[in-house]
Design a protein around this ligand. Structure first.
Ligand SMILES: [Mg+2]
Length: 381
C-alpha cells in the first residue's frame, strides 16, 4: 500500500449532560480522539482511539500519537494495514513496557490500524465488512442496548424496548440492595425472545461473585460480564463459571493475541469481547473474533464511544458472523452520530451497514468544530 504521508489527530470534548455509571466509576463529559490518515496518493482513512477512562486519558493519547506512535507510523512503509499493526506493536513494545503505558499505546495503535483499514477498503471501493469477508457480508448486525445505569433501570428497559431493542445489558456491582431488585424487575418483565445481560465491570471479589451469581441464577441471564477482575487466577474464573447458570463474558480488558488465545482456550468465557479501538484494531479484533468462533465461542464486540468505533465493530461482526450482537450505547452520546456520519438508524434493533466504501461513515467536521479542543498534524519527511 502507498505510504502514509500525513496524520491528523483531533481531540474533541462535549458534555451531553447525562452520566454513565460503572461499578468502578463513571463519566458525564465525553471526549474523543479521532485520526485522519492520508496516503501518498491522497486516499484518506479515519480512526478513533478509545479514551473513556481515565478523565485525562484522551489528552495523554493525543500526546502519545503526536510524539511516539504517529512518528513511528510515518517513519516506515508497510505492505498492508496488518503489517503496519505488527510493525508498530513490535517497535513500541519496549517503550510501552518501560513507561507502563501498555494500554494507551495499544489504543493509539488500534486507532491507527482502524484508519489504515478504512483507507484500504476505501481504495478498494468496498465496504469494510465485504473487504474483510472477501464477498458480500451480511447487510446488518443485531444490536443490544448497553450502558444501562442502575437508576430507573426497569423503566429504561421498557423505553428501549419501545425503541426496538430486544436485548439489554445492565450495570451491576453497586451492592445487592441495588442490583438484585433491578435484575429481578427486568427479568420478570422480559418478553419471549428477549435477552438480558449484566456487567459487573470487574467489581466483585471471588466471595462476592459466588454470592452474586447464585442470587442471579433464577434470572435466566444471557451472560454475566466481567464478574471478576481480568487478572484473577484461572481457578477463580473456573469456579465462577461453574457456579453460574449464565455463561460468562469478557475481553475488553485483555491485551494481546496471547491473552485472547489463552482466554478462548481456557473456556471460561463463552462470549469474547475485544474492543476494536482499545487493543488490536481491525487486525487484532478480526483475528481474535475468527479464532473465537472456530473454538465455539461467540464474538460480541465491546464498544461504548463514538461512531467510527461503532461502525468498525459492526463491520467486523458482519464479516466474522456467528450469533454475536453489537454493543450499542443506550445513553445520550452525541459522538456516535458526530463521528459516524451519516449514522444509519437502527431497524428493529439491528444496525444496517452503510453501502459506501470503508466504514461508510466519517466525522462531521463542521458539526464537530465547536467541540474541538486541539488538533495535531504530522507529515512524513
Ligand atoms: Mg463491559
Amino acid at each position: 500500500m502507498p505510504a502514509v504521508k500525513r496524520l491528523e489527530a483531533f481531540l474533541f470534548r462535549l458534555d451531553p449532560g447525562a452520566s454513565v455509571r460503572m461499578a468502578f466509576g463513571g463519566f458525564s463529559e465525553r471526549k474523543a480522539v479521532v485520526l485522519r490518515l492520508e496516503d501518498a496518493e491522497g486516499a484518506v482513512g479515519w480512526g478513533e482511539v478509545w479514551c473513556n477512562f481515565p478523565r485525562y486519558g484522551a489528552e495523554n493519547k493525543l500526546r502519545l500519537i503526536e510524539t511516539l506512535v504517529g512518528p513511528a507510523l510515518l517513519a516506515g512503509a508497510d505492505a498492508s494495514p496488518a503489517a503496519a499493526f505488527h510493525r508498530l506493536s513490535a517497535a513500541l513494545h519496549p517503550m510501552a513496557l518501560q513507561t507502563g503505558e501498555i494500554g494507551p499505546v495499544a489504543a493509539c495503535i488500534a486507532g491507527i490500524d482502524l484508519a489504515l483499514w478504512d483507507l484500504a477498503a476505501r481504495r478498494a471501493g468496498k465496504p469494510l465488512a465485504d473487504f474483510l469477508f472477501g464477498a458480500d457480508a451480511p447487510a446488518s448486525v443485531p444490536a443490544y442496548a448497553s450502558g444501562l445505569n442502575p437508576d430507573g433501570a426497569p423503566e429504561r428497559v421498557a423505553a428501549l424496548r419501545e425503541a426496538g431493542f430486544s436485548a439489554f445489558k445492565l450495570k451491576v456491582g453497586f451492592g445487592a440492595d441495588v442490583d438484585r431488585p433491578n435484575v429481578a424487575a427486568i427479568a420478570a418483565a422480559l418478553r419471549a425472545g428477549e435477552r438480558f445481560m449484566i456487567d459487573a465491570n470487574q467489581s466483585w471479589t471471588l466471595d462476592q461473585a459466588r454470592v452474586a451469581v447464585d442470587a442471579f441464577n433464577p434470572a435466566s441471564l444471557a451472560w454475566i460480564e466481567e464478574p471478576l477482575a481480568v487478572d484473577r487466577p484461572t481457578s477463580e474464573w473456573a469456579e465462577v463459571a461453574a457456579l453460574s447458570a449464565a455463561p460468562l463474558a469478557g475481553g475488553e480488558n485483555l491485551y494481546g493475541f496471547a491473552a485472547f488465545d489463552r482466554a478462548i482456550r481456557l473456556g471460561h468465557l463463552r462470549f469474547i469481547q475485544p474492543d476494536v479501538c482499545k487493543w488490536g484494531g481491525i487486525t487484532g479484533n478480526f483475528a481474535v473474533a475468527r479464532r473465537a468462533l472456530a473454538e465455539g465461542r461467540t464474538y460480541c464486540p465491546h464498544w461504548l464511544a463514538g461512531g467510527l468505533g461503532l461502525l468498525a465493530s459492526a463491520h467486523v461482526l458482519a464479516a466474522v458472523g456467528g450469533p454475536g450482537m453489537l454493543e450499542y450505547d443506550s445513553n445520550p452520546n452525541p459522538f456516535r452520530a458526530l463521528l459516524g456520519s451519516p449514522l444509519p438508524d437502527l431497524i428493529d434493533g439491528a444496525l444496517p451497514l452503510p453501502d459506501g466504501p470503508g466504514l461508510g461513515v466519517e466525522p462531521d467536521m463542521a458539526a464537530l468544530a465547536s467541540s474541538l479542543v486541539e488538533r495535531v498534524e504530522l507529515t512524513a519527511a
